[in-house]
Design a protein around this ligand. Sequence first.
Ligand code: KG4
Ligand code: ZN
Length: 350
Amino acid sequence: MLMLGIETSCDETAAALVEGGTTRWLIRSNVVASQVDIHREWGGVVPELASRQHVRDICGVVERALADAGAGWSDIDAIAVTQGPGLVGSLLVGVSFAKSAAWAIGKPLVAVNHLAGHIESIWLEHGPISLPAVILVVSGGHTSLYLVKREGEYSLLGRTRDDAAGEAYDKVAKLLGLGYPGGPIIDRLANEGNDVAIRWPGTRLTNPDRNAPERDGRFDFSFSGLKTAVLRHVRQRQSELGVAQLPHAEIVDLAASFQRRVVETLIDRTFSAARWHGAKSIGIAGGVSANSRLRKDALAKSERSEIPVYFPSLALSTDNAAMIAAAGLRQLAVGRVAAADLNAAASLPL
Ligand code: KG4
Ligand code: ZN
């Protein structure tokens, strides 16, 4: 089976060809056109600019994915596309393209949840892992824990009540005048700083989730308190020093202390969930899984606790279409195909 995957949920136009059946997948091509340079100027993703750029890029990106794989339209067996969650205008570009293309070549269309794509990036990278597995999806829009008892079936264990971890990185970077996207910049600066230079107040989630009181919230996350603590600290130091831009030495200490707190929280919650549910393996996926400290500390904890931890390669951590094609192959194998009236869904749940 040769699957064409298409991803346009946020600020990357991506297409990939992935070959395989139910267990092993092979990436034949993986093309990503990033819009970061367009949005950087605005300090974050501008939805209208994003959808317009997807329209400009989509045909070229798909053609490039076909060319890189040495394949033609007639070689494709099915098309998988991100249906949501994401920016609706951006999603619509991918969904419309995929629907038309599937209809034109007379092949099935598969609708993929973006988060299922991030989860499957673990299987795409490593092949089958021991189940049950606890998977952390940590990105700019999401911080969620899933239990996978059977391949392709995901049950939500916990999620952030407010900001996603990547969003906190991006907001803190913006606050420090460091640019966009903030994750990789803070990650780099944190390596120069002292990670115990600043003590942030603790975040304790003992109250039920106001938006879903029936849920068991013990594996939930919250990052808005930390973000506000950073904001207060920065404002105070700016006024004490009478400067708008803090000195480099302070910025690197702040970056290191902030990163330490985020990473500790992510690892702590993920390993607790894994222990609680008797998981035989852990996966960490999504844009923030590219973080160097998260990788290092999670692998160190994995050795101590004897639960294997799997990360996707860096190219499969941030948004890409190969993971969408993989999740599509998983669904196609059980006959889950989309109807021709498929629509984008900005807040599609998983
Ligand atoms: O998965 P992704 O590409 O897009 C979403 O689905 O959101 O994740 C993007 C997020 C951004 O917030 C970015 O700052 C963060 O991932 N990110 C990182 C790193 N690389 C990307 N965060 C921390 N450390 C990194 N090295
Ligand atoms: Zn993503």
